[in-house]
Design a protein around this ligand. Sequence first.
Ligand code: AMP
Ligand code: MG
Length: 430
Amino acid sequence: MASIVEPRVLGYEEARERVLDGVRPMPGEIVPLAEARGRALRESIRAPHPLPPFRNSSMDGYATRSDDLAGASRERPVELPVVEVLPAGRIASRALRAREAMRIMTGAALPEGADAVVPFEDSERIGGPGEGAPPGHPDPLERARFVRPMRPGENVREAGADLAAGDLALEEGRDLSPHDLALLAGLGVARLRVGPRPRAAIVSTGDELLPIEEPLRPGTIRDSNLPLLAALLEEAGCEVVSAVRVPDDPARVAARIREGLGEADVVLSIGGVSAGDFDPVKTGLGELSEIELWRVAMKPGRPQAFGRPGGRLFFGLPGNPASVACVFEALVRPALRRLQGFASLDRPRIRVRAAEAIESRAGRTDFVRAVLEQRSDAWWAAPAGAQISGHLTPQARAHALLIVPEPVTRLAPGDPADALVLRWPEPGPA
Ligand code: AMP
Ligand code: MG
């Protein structure tokens, strides 16, 4: 027979520590570069060669020796024969000698002896091309006229100027961006070690819940937490392997959670953990060892359950939509990020100023769903509507969760606070 256990009361920071304590990164996996975006880098990458790998031109123009152009001016132009044409990808057949120029394109290797590139805009072509010469070759009579001196190194990209061989390119634990992939591609890193995608199972509980497609009947609502949680999990790097709705039957809920623990690394239940007469997770948990009932002193999101049965992670989330969203950000997401090996666990945290007075209670951490506005002096945060845990619109409108720490009971307008950014305001009217 299922037994009812009394919940343990915890502060938010304490709960977070207990969740993160013992969450170790899962073993990494080797993937091709194209699959690495958004994953945690699980090795440090050093440059195997310099970037750029060779000295090359940053302009279309003429490779020259700056010494040859000393004193060049409109009045006393310098004219040099063009002895070779260098498209990107072609290496000069010989070094550039004194009083010679080579026509060179952006990205082509600079010939030995050259130390500056005069852009076409600052020069004049005399004779050629195309006058008797095949494409890519100078006309035998082609010359170029230069009307200003050049500094050594002008319009030249030195080998290793971007990154020297052996330099640290990317640090372990990094969240790989499209730009990181470009850097890795430039370095020839075709496959790399990244964090795995943890498998996640969702168990949504409630006799009143309907799938999206079904018409409402009296007393029923549609299950909004299941799609929310599935999307949050995917955004946080997980693969959702099952998402099942179960009626308020403790035995069935417990059975489904057990099945989830068999197929996934992380199991999350929704609802049924509070003190209601029909709360099946709370009641059914008596049958599952290694899971504790918690009352975390945070709002929204107090009653919940947590455990690490058989090395898996289990989160029993409260049922109210705002509570699901908040507990996910405050406790679940950091754990999922650590599982994957990310160095940073939270959403970007910024300093904001409260746009309105915000009341809280001592001994409780509040997460206020807030709309961000950038003013000239700072980011300002205003509550996104009434902070009612059952409402869906404030969460949809919110850009951030403003944190009112445990000892603080009131923020006056203009008071500073920290906020976790869920998404940045889009340009234009809200
Ligand atoms: P519970 O914790 O099961 O008592 O649920 C608390 C509140 O959240 C109730 O109003 C439920 O109807 C609501 N709720 C629970 N689960 C969901 C869900 N998956 N989608 C939308 N609302 C839910
Ligand atoms: Mg319920």
